[in-house]
Structure formats: structure tokens, C-alpha cells
Write a protein that binds this ligand. Structure first.
Ligand SMILES: *[C@@H]1O[C@H](CO)[C@@H](O)[C@H](O)[C@H]1NC(C)=O
Ligand SMILES: *[C@@H]1O[C@H](CO)[C@@H](O)[C@H](O)[C@H]1NC(C)=O
Length: 183
């Protein structure tokens, strides 16, 4: 998911910063200004979520691959880990068999998702492993999507719709940022 829009001045600026940075992989450059964060986030379908996530995490707003990559993937991991705990809680409280079956399936999905995200955080420190990070982010999204779909199939109300959407959107944001860092 590289930039598909016509090259703007801001895009070139971003590219320059990323290129400079890539040539000195261990060095970090000052946090990008608001406009640069917007530019980074512009490819995302969830611009506001992307901007607020990047601004909230000081590491994520540093333009350097070995900090920004892990930071954006950690945001997804933390969110998914929190939801996995919530699913576990609901699973233990559920009495309705249909709901319980869906929650059990979701718990599996979230176990996979968290495992992939943990590995992805490590891999995202290494530019050469960004391809694997993207594959894992895809698996995370399909696992969480499968969890949500399970409730529809099982004719049970999903107590996870909002949380599932959060994780999927954050994973999409991470995907866009990692893809842009790969440019
Ligand atoms: C997960 O992400 C959503 C959307 O960004 C946010 O509202 C929520 O507070 C996050 N939860 C955690 C535990 O990070
Ligand atoms: C869930 O994640 C696991 C582990 O990465 C993967 O093998 C599986 O295919 C994923 N499930 C879906 C529906 O994507």
C-alpha cells in the first residue's frame, strides 16, 4: 500500500526524511510536525485514529524505522492483548451455549492475533523483516474479522463489535505506516 496519490511536496519531504533515516538506521530524527504525521496517516482509511495514535506515543512520532515500526505495532498489540483478556472474562461468565461457543472461538482468534503481534513487534525492529510484519498484520485482521463473523453465523449478539473494529482499524493503520516506511 504505497502512496497512490500524485506526489506532493509533503510526500517528497517525507520520502527525504525516510531516506536520510534509512541510510543511518540506528539514528532517529526529530519527531515530524503535525503536517508530516498527517501526511504519513493520509494513506490510512482511519486518518484521525492514525494521527491520534502517533501523537499519543512519543516513540511512534519519531521518524526512525527501528522506533516507529515497533511503536505502531505495539499499539495494536496492546489493544489486542487487552481485548483478549476481555474475551477471556466474557467466556468465563457466559451461560448461553451459542454465545459461549462464539466466545471460545474468538479467544482462539485472539490468542493467534496476540502471538502474531508479539512476533511482529520484534520483527518490526528489523527493516528486512517488514514483509513478515505485514503478513502477520493481515493474519491479525482476518482472525479478528473471523471472530466477529462467528457471532453472525451463530446468531448471537456480538459483545465485541467495537473492540474488534478498534483492533482491525489499528492493524490497518500499522500496515499503512509500515508499508510507507518500506517505500
Ligand atoms: C483500543 O483502541 C481504541 C481505538 O483506538 C481505543 O478507544 C481504546 O482505548 C484502545 N484500548 C486499549 C486498551 O488500548
Ligand atoms: C489466525 O492466525 C493463525 C496464526 O497466524 C493463522 O494460522 C490462521 O490462518 C489465522 N486465521 C485466519 C482466519 O486468518
Amino acid at each position: 500500500m504505497a502512496f497512490h496519490r500524485p506526489h506532493s511536496l509533503l510526500f517528497l519531504q517525507l520520502l527525504l526524511v525516510l531516506l536520510i533515516y534509512k541510510s543511518e538506521a540506528s539514528e532517529c530524527h526529530p519527531p515530524p510536525g503535525e503536517h508530516l504525521i498527517r501526511e504519513i496517516c493520509d494513506d490510512s482509511q482511519h486518518v484521525d485514529l492514525c494521527v491520534s495514535s502517533l501523537k499519543a506515543d512519543p516513540r511512534a512520532s519519531q521518524v526512525c524505522i527501528n522506533k516507529m515500526g515497533p511503536a505502531v505495532v505495539s499499539i495494536v498489540r496492546n489493544n489486542a492483548t487487552d481485548t483478549r483478556s476481555y474475551v477471556y472474562l466474557l467466556l468465563n461468565q457466559a451461560t448461553n451455549p451459542a454465545a459461549k461457543a462464539c466466545l471460545a472461538a474468538c479467544y482462539k482468534n485472539y490468542k493467534f492475533a496476540v502471538r502474531d503481534l508479539r512476533a511482529a513487534v520484534k520483527e518490526s525492529k528489523d527493516y528486512d523483516r517488514f514483509g513478515s510484519v505485514l503478513s502477520r498484520l493481515t493474519l491479525v485482521r482476518s482472525n479478528v474479522t473471523e471472530c466477529e463473523a462467528g457471532f453472525r453465523k451463530g446468531n448471537a449478539a456480538s459483545p465485541l463489535t467495537r473492540r474488534n473494529r478498534n483492533v482491525v482499524q489499528l492493524a490497518e493503520v500499522a500496515d499503512v505506516i509500515i508499508s510507507d516506511l518500506m517505500v
